[in-house]
Write a protein that binds this ligand. Structure first.
Ligand SMILES: Nc1ncnc2c1ncn2[C@@H]1O[C@H](COP(=O)(O)OP(=O)(O)OP(=O)(O)O)[C@@H](O)[C@H]1O
Ligand SMILES: [Mg+2]
Length: 220
């Protein structure tokens, strides 16, 4: 299964979610390939730190800065893996379009902030331009950097706004803004691999991953 973490907007948590998902799925015994399609190479850098530190399981990871190479190599190599996780840069690029063409599930993270909510309309257009020419793409909107407060009005309002965009299926599996996510990802570790793991972060990630991989099965 190919899961894309993509958005036309930068800084929404694509790399964080992609790295955490790849590590968690590899730890669950899946044969995983993390593909970094962003010339910034943040996912690749995180996995390099992991490899240098000798952390297992090792994660297969490739960086394709060129959109054509990204498309060709994903097409050629995808069947050698059970889970292919695509992380693409936060702009409206050919790599994002190719990712949307090839993915089974596209996950679109957004923060409960007005700039991010506006950007969801741009991303919806990018998704629609692809779903006009292909079938079977499941597109999920996931709140990231949610406010920690249980009954946050900002979280509720943002969820409501995104639920109103029919291009996305809103996934009730938010990641709260937690230091554990940034610290772990920056070190090439899963949140569950940190010393004294943040149990809430681990539970949120588990729920997100279970929901993402169930989404495809449900709709197939
Ligand atoms: N749930 C979270 N809790 C705390 N910090 C987070 C969370 N998600 C992301 N961040 C932080 O927000 C910043 C942006 O995240 P990330 O790099 O994953 O976004 P991105 O969408 O991949 O950005 P880009 O478009 O630049 O590739 C990073 O500093 C990251 O550590
Ligand atoms: Mg990124």
């Amino acid at each position: 299964m190919i899961v894309l973490f993509g958005h036309t907007k930068g800084g929404v948590g694509k790399t964080t979610c992609a790295v955490q998902t790849a590590i968690a799925r590899a730890r669950a015994g899946r044969k995983v390939w993390l593909v970094d399609g962003d010339p910034q190479g943040s996912s690749m850098a995180a996995i390099q730190l992991r490899a240098d530190a000798g952390v297992v399981p090792e994660i297969a990871c490739s960086l394709f800065s060129d959109s054509k190479q990204f498309k060709q190599q994903v097409r050629l190599q995808k069947d050698a893996f059970e889970d292919v996780i695509l992380d693409v840069g936060g702009r409206d690029t050919d790599t994002l379009r190719f990712g949307l063409m090839m993915a089974d599930v596209a996950v679109v993270p957004f923060a409960p902030m007005s700039l991010d909510l506006w950007a969801m309309h741009d991303m919806a257009k990018a998704v629609e331009s692809v779903t006009d020419v292909r079938d079977g793409l499941v597109t999920l909107a996931v709140m990231n950097r949610a406010e920690p407060r249980e009954r946050s009005a900002d979280n509720a309002e943002a969820a409501e706004a995104v639920r109103g965009i029919s291009t996305f299926r809103y996934l009730e599996a938010p990641l709260v803004s937690r230091k554990a996510f940034s610290a772990a990802t920056g070190a090439g570790l899963g949140v569950m691999e940190m010393p004294n793991p943040d149990k809430k972060a681990v539970a949120e990630l588990d729920r997100l991953i279970a929901s993402v991989f169930a989404a495809h099965t449900v709709e197939a």
